[in-house]
Design a protein around this ligand. Structure first.
Ligand SMILES: NC(=O)c1ccc[n+]([C@@H]2O[C@H](COP(=O)([O-])OP(=O)(O)OC[C@H]3O[C@@H](n4cnc5c(N)ncnc54)[C@H](O)[C@@H]3O)[C@@H](O)[C@H]2O)c1
Length: 334
């Protein structure tokens, strides 16, 4: 099988390695030809330090490698997915499987990444979302990891499962692309919030409270937008929330810690030095929650801190002193 991975960040690179391990003819494309040349020469990617790139991996800045690809993986940061999809579109055929691994919601349109890719490729081929608790740094060194390949078309989801699955990368299939993609985007905002808690000096109880109640919010919005409840408790939902909120590999978590320690949002993003997708997702979630009439107090507070300079100590107090609630809102007492 010929596979082309578009985007040579940490994740695109780690996934390319998996595809090489699985014996596929694999190409890794970088939008920066000089970077592609450098990686091809050194067999290393500075964004994935300590992981050597297999000799069988073709690294290129030339998009024509897309010609005849059976599977194309879009691994751009979410802000660049539309542009990447547009560049790839002329090469897509009805039987090409397009895989979206970016976690975000497009600004302005509030579309999921697979929707953006479908628009740009004129719905010519099937798009599958691959998501789950998966740090590139760990997949790159073959640590046992699990993800979900989601698509309403079962054959397409199974195609992606077969392409990626091996003895260290376990792939489940799901029809619920809406829930899987929303989970991946929304958890970045919670990771930022969790980092803020760490930066403020809060400990395990607070983070468990935040993560669990945030998951209730995510599930509520996700269901409203067409996701399936159980997805949010699965690998792409709770699994990814746990890994992102508890790891220093997460830029969202690291940016949050700096904000909690008193840095401004801009200072924190500059210090992290890479795209902090949770910052952008916070605005999209806020807009979606307003549009759908879903109450999301944690996400709203994160939005107000990130976009309106609200003090973190004030929002913590606001959250803790909200009106009393029943945890299981939808149940009736016996
Ligand atoms: N890193 C992970 O562990 C991981 C895991 C799962 C999913 N993801 C998702 O994968 C996507 C990529 O993340 P990453 O960590 O590999 O990113 P990264 O920050 O490591 O790399 C970003 C890459 O995008 C390139 N880039 C920058 N501007 C671009 C543009 N305008 N057009 C095309 N490419 C451009 C950069 O050169 C760089 O190679 C994100 O949406 C992320 O949420 C990441």
């Amino acid at each position: 099988m010929k596979a082309v991975v578009l985007g040579s960040g940490g994740w695109g690179t780690a996934l390319s390695r998996v595809l090489c391990d699985n014996g596929h003819e694999t190409y890794l494309w970088s939008h920066n030809p000089a970077k592609a040349e450098e990686m091809a020469r050194t067999r290393e990617n500075p964004l994935l330090k300590g992981v050597s790139l297999p000799e069988s991996l073709h690294i290129t800045g030339d998009l024509s490698v897309l010609e005849g690809a059976d599977m194309v993986v879009c691994a751009s940061p979410s802000f660049a997915v539309r542009a990447t999809g547009r560049k790839a579109a002329p090469y897509m055929r009805p039987d090409t499987i397009l895989v979206s691994v970016s976690k975000g919601i497009e600004r302005d349109t509030n579309l999921r990444m697979s929707q953006v890719l479908q628009e740009e490729t004129h719905h010519i081929c099937k798009v599958v979302a691959l998501s789950g608790p998966s740090h590139a740094e760990e997949v790159g060194i073959r640590m046992p990891t699990g993800c979900v390949a989601a698509c309403p078309d079962r054959a397409a989801a199974r195609f992606v499962q077969d392409a990626f699955m091996n003895d260290y990368f376990r792939i489940y299939t799901s029809y619920d692309i809406v829930g899987v993609e929303l989970s991946g985007a929304l958890k970045n905002v919670i990771a930022l919030s969790c980092g803020i808690c760490t930066g403020l000096g809060f400990q395990d109880n607070t983070k468990a409270l935040l993560m669990t109640r945030a998951m209730a919010e995510i599930t509520h919005l996700g269901e409203q937008l067409g996701g399936t409840r159980r997805t949010f408790g699965g690998l792409a939902g709770m699994g990814d929330l746990i890994v992102t909120c508890t790891s220093m590999h997460s830029r969202n978590n690291r940016a949050g810690i700096l904000i909690g320690q008193g840095k401004s949002v801009q200072e924190a993003m500059d210090e992290v030095g890479a795209v902090v997708e949770g910052y952008y997702a916070a605005e999209s979630i806020h807009q979606l929650a307003e549009r759908e009439g879903v109450d999301m107090p944690i996400c709203r507070c994160a939005y107000e801190v990130l976009y309106h300079g609200k003090q973190v100590r004030d929002v913590v107090s606001e959250l803790m002193t909200r009106a009393k609630k029943d945890e299981l809102l939808e149940t009736t007492w016996m």
